[in-house]
Write a protein that binds this ligand. Structure first.
Ligand SMILES: NC(=O)c1ccc[n+]([C@@H]2O[C@H](COP(=O)([O-])OP(=O)(O)OC[C@H]3O[C@@H](n4cnc5c(N)ncnc54)[C@H](OP(=O)(O)O)[C@@H]3O)[C@@H](O)[C@H]2O)c1
Length: 235
């Protein structure tokens, strides 16, 4: 593989201000892509941008707000005229309440970010991707494969995201857009305190970024539709 296999390509990462999204931005930037960093907090996005090996663009947006997502799509068309890679990474947690005690507004926030937000991004950015083909990678979770007591809304959002991904992968397969989902176990970020786990044994954001880099540099004839990512040692 050449050292910059993504040279000339544009990659958008949601939730790029910290954690897994910031690590994915670093990885794709190092592979030669021009990365577009999105999230709600401009200062965090600018912090990510400063650490990248190549120039990037900061375009704040809230994935719960279709108009703000569509504004980013218009800016990408105007600035770059292309989009090759969409990484739907933005997400929020919610791991401290059984479902029957969960306030409905927390249900709404989790589902609107983790599932509806991905729909909005696919709706806004797929027209750009269709022009040349490309990749969509959705960051789900092992909570989208398993039961998660006290995290039912989060789990439901990720089970939904997996079903959305498998379906959209078939919708776009013939149009040269490869759609994949990555389901990591616990990752050492601010999303959750991961009480009782040994943080040194947990997955790190760079581990997820490595998988994303593999997916978007896969030779054209095939694609890995789903990756379940586990730490080598149980944390
Ligand atoms: N950490 C884990 O154990 C783990 C395991 C499996 C999967 N995941 C998934 O990995 C993804 C990234 O999580 P992380 O662990 O890196 O969490 P994190 O450190 O909390 O980062 C989440 C990012 O998403 C952004 N975000 C949240 N709501 C948003 C919105 N409405 N619009 C745009 N951006 C928004 C946040 O920025 P702003 O608040 O500034 O918008 C932040 O940059 C999530 O989808 C998560 O479910 C995490």
């Amino acid at each position: 593989m050449t050292s910059n296999p993504l040279a000339g390509q544009t990659a958008l990462i949601t939730g790029a201000g910290r954690g897994i999204g910031a690590a994915i931005a670093a990885s794709l930037s190092a592979l030669g892509a021009t990365v577009v960093l999105t999230g709600r907090t401009r200062a965090h996005l600018e912090q990510t941008a400063r650490a990248l090996p190549a120039p990037s663009e900061v375009m704040p947006c809230d994935v719960q707000d279709l108009a703000s997502v569509e504004q980013v799509a218009a800016r990408i068309r105007q600035t770059f005229g292309r989009l090759d890679i969409l990484i739907n990474n933005a997400g929020i947690g919610g791991f401290s309440s059984p479902l029957h005690k969960l306030p409905p507004e927390q249900w709404d926030a989790i589902l609107n970010t983790n599932l509806r937000g991905v729909f909005y991004c696919i709706r806004a950015f797929t027209p750009l991707l269709l022009e040349r083909g490309g990749h969509i990678v959705n960051i789900s979770s092992l909570a989208g494969k398993n039961a998660l007591p006290n995290g039912a809304a989060y789990s439901a959002s990720k089970w939904g995201l997996n079903g959305l991904t498998y379906s959209v992968a078939e919708e776009l397969r013939a149009s040269n857009i490869r759609v994949s989902v990555v389901c990591p176990g616990s990752v050492n970020t601010e999303l959750s305190p991961h009480a009782g786990k040994d943080h040194s044994k947990m997955l790190q954001p760079a581990d997820v970024a490595h998988v994303v880099a593999m997916l978007v540099t896969q030779a054209p004839r095939s694609f890995a539709s789903e990756v379940l990512l586990r730490p080598s040692q149980k944390p």
